[in-house]
Design a binder for this molecule. Structure first.
Ligand code: HEM
Length: 351
């Protein structure tokens, strides 16, 4: 199966649209979702070097409305709000997410405009954020953000649903949170103090040594391992945004994972603390004002959404094929022009 452009390149611009779908808007929205790849091509093809991409996500509630009683991604659920002793991760509405990225804002803007026009009468955008790249990938707290993202194969396996949920293989999950910073308070801290809060040096972006890095630093609380000691990873594409006249300075957090529990464990560490009460000091200067979870279907599933039932058989077939091939000592055909996991003669076969 082909993944949507989840691992798209880091870009200079991004627009994040979160929308709700009206009662009776479901069928129209299915058609809109199926057309997202085509709309992206219509806008992006004219300026290929702009590398326009768009990832569409679907919220738990809308999925149930689109396919009542039908197949469901195993880990799809509403965002779980968290109330820590000092800080709260709020859950806010959202049926659709469009994560639009390009090297130029005009491309993002044009696609956002086309998508919003298609949404008219079916639903409405309830949150729109225009993000920009700030200097060397710094957030508005002044720290380089994104350094420890996994790369290559590691990134791909961190974000891609596989055999654990064969009907939705090639999909992903994404959590978004809009954070607003109290820059007056933050800028009042000495740089050395800020570095202890983040867990890395500010100018050179080097991780602090373990004996210096506090257990309530952002980096310490977000470095998590499974029961085998393997690091549990996500891929983040955060973007700064703001309005200077309103003293609004923010970070749009967006994290992808093959299992939302990885992001949720990080959020529990940040907001509830690990151990409890040892919360992330970055939250003393950053307030989460939104929080929503979405499922990101594979490209094939997205394009098939206009059909009455989601066609999950292609994904299952590809997984079964890959497993069969592995058992036979065959290598998956990595050069498929459709990017699928199809194996030789099984390619494209659905059950
Ligand atoms: C106010 C919002 C946030 C800001 C400004 C922020 C900023 C940063 C910065 C500057 C770093 C260090 C450089 C890097 O490796 O990227 C970092 C690391 C990281 N952040 Fe955040 N972050 C925010 C929210 C979150 C949230 C909500 C999560 C997860 C739910 C998260 C997960 C991570 C992870 C996994 C790392 C890498 C840790 C490591 O392996 O070293 N961040 N963040």
């Amino acid at each position: 199966m082909t993944q949507q452009a989840v691992l798209g390149p880091f870009t200079e611009a991004a627009i994040f649209l979160v929308a709700v779908v009206s009662p009776d808007g479901e069928n129209g929205v299915r058609e809109l979702l199926a057309d997202v790849p085509g709309l992206r091509r219509s806008v992006g093809f004219r300026i290929p070097e702009g590398e326009l991409s768009c990832v569409a996500g679907i919220g738990s509630d809308l999925w149930g409305r689109i396919f009542p009683g039908g197949p469901r991604p195993a880990q799809l659920h509403p965002f779980i709000p968290l109330a820590g002793d000092r800080h709260t991760a709020v859950a806010t509405p959202g049926d659709l997410l469009f994560h639009i990225r390009a090297h130029r804002l005009d491309l993002c803007f044009e696609l956002a405009q086309r998508l919003t026009a298609r949404l008219a009468g079916l639903g409405r955008v309830i949150d729109e954020v225009h993000g920009f790249r700030s200097f060397d990938e710094r957030d508005l707290l002044g720290f380089v953000d994104g350094t420890e993202n996994p790369e290559g194969e590691e990134a791909s396996s961190a974000v891609t649903i596989g055999v654990e949920d064969p009907a939705f293989a090639g999909g992903s999950y994404v959590i978004v949170q809009k954070y607003l910073h109290d820059l007056t308070a933050w800028d009042g801290l000495a740089v050395e103090h800020q570095e202890l809060i983040v867990g890395r040096t500010k100018l050179s972006d080097i991780e602090l040594p373990d004996d210096v890095k506090p257990s309530n630093s952002h980096v310490a609380l977000n470095t998590i391992v499974d029961e085998n000691g393997e690091e549990r990873e996500i891929v983040r594409f955060n973007m700064p945004f703001g309005r200077v006249s309103e003293a609004e300075f923010g970070t749009y957090f967006i994290g992808y994972a093959s299992d939302p529990d990885v992001i949720e464990q990080m959020l529990r560490n940040m907001f509830l603390g690990s151990p409890r009460g040892n919360y992330d000091r970055i939250l003393d200067f950053s307030t989460a004002v939104t929080g929503t979870l979405f499922f990101v279907p594979s490209l094939e599933l997205l394009e098939g959404l206009a059909e009455p039932e989601p066609d999950t058989s292609a994904a299952e077939g590809a997984i079964a094929g890959a497993e069969g091939a592995a058992a036979n000592g065959l290598e998956p055909d990595a050069d498929n022009d459709d990017g699928s996991l199809g194996i030789g003669g099984l390619k494209g076969v659905s059950t």
